[in-house]
Design a protein around this ligand. Structure first.
Ligand code: NDP
Length: 255
């Protein structure tokens, strides 16, 4: 057996929340290339189908399941559909997320709650819904997409709820990892730095000094640069890794 075989996911079923664009889609493509049947679970049915068409060209049959991750019933329905169509879930990538900028004195409760509902509460709900099945089968790998924003305070933009939600994701990762390790389920997280996707207006010159010049590598990431680390944590290559938060930030959090 070659070490590269440990990165294969042949015969596995992987769900990627928010897998229809950005970092989620890049991860979905990586998992499909590694041999997994990938499920794209996001709200926009049309974009989900477009992503599935792309995935099916590089891996086994993929499946789109329209899912709002903030809705527990929708998550349970997604799990049941996937189990019926493809089999039980081996890998869960909790990637769906929303960003928000706003000063804390003026940001309203709705803004706070919307960010928490998608970025943190939904990771809890999806992990519980899918984790129940994984713990029952004594196998599974969950990868949560946190952020370097859960480790430092970004500048110049203020986004307290986003930062708090991602810090929560990192600690939820550690909590679930400890609790489910004896049951054969691993839980890890990625903490990406600035990455070019629809969530961030990264090319706006007003951010350049803070988001590029201050990064030791002097650039932002492409989504495809985040995906290989998700594959590593999803696959047996990381069989003794649990509760880790893997930072992928071009060195930003080193200063
Ligand atoms: P995008 O805005 O490009 O994509 C977000 C994805 O999440 C979409 O597929 C969207 O699909 C899905 N989504 C949002 N809300 C829901 C919901 N309620 N239910 C299901 N799916 C939902 O963002 P990115 O790819 O940039 O971000 C992906 C993750 O990476 C997020 O968790 C983000 O916080 C994190 N991250 C991003 C960084 C960056 O610089 N881009 C840096 C660090 C972390 P749909 O609208 O169809 O539901």
């Amino acid at each position: 057996m070659s070490v590269l075989d440990l990165f294969r996911l042949d015969g596995k079923v992987a769900v990627v929340t928010g897998g229809n664009r950005g970092i989620g889609k890049a991860i979905a493509i990586a998992l499909a290339e590694a041999g997994a049947s990938v499920v794209v679970a996001a709200r926009d049915a049309e974009r989900n189908e477009e992503a599935v068409a792309e995935l099916s060209k590089v891996g086994p049959a993929a499946l789109a399941v329209t899912t709002d991750v903030t809705d527990r019933a929708a998550l349970v329905a997604m799990r049941e559909t996937v189990t019926e169509r493809l089999g039980p879930i081996d890998v869960l990538i909790n990637n769906a997320g929303v960003g928000i900028h706003g000063e804390s004195l003026t940001l309203d409760d709705e803004g706070w709650q919307r960010v928490m509902a998608t970025n943190l509460d939904a990771v809890w709900k999806a992990s519980q819904v899918v984790g129940e099945q994984m713990v029952g089968r004594r196998t599974g790998s969950i990868v949560n997409i946190g952020s370097m924003s859960g480790m430092i305070i970004n500048r110049p933009q203020w986004h307290a709820p986003y930062a708090v939600s991602k810090a929560g994701v990192h600690h939820l990762t550690r909590s679930l990892a400890a609790e489910w390790a004896p049951h054969g389920v691993r839980v890890n997280a990625l903490a990406p730095g600035y990455t070019k996707t629809e969530i961030s207006d990264i090319d706006d010159p007003k951010w350049k000094h803070y988001w590029i010049d201050e990064v030791p590598m002097q650039r932002y990431a492409q989504a495809a640069e985040i995906a290989p680390s998700a594959l590593y944590l999803a696959a047996d290559a990381s069989s003794f890794v649990t509760g880790s938060v893997l930072v992928i930030d071009g060195g930003y959090t080193l200063w």
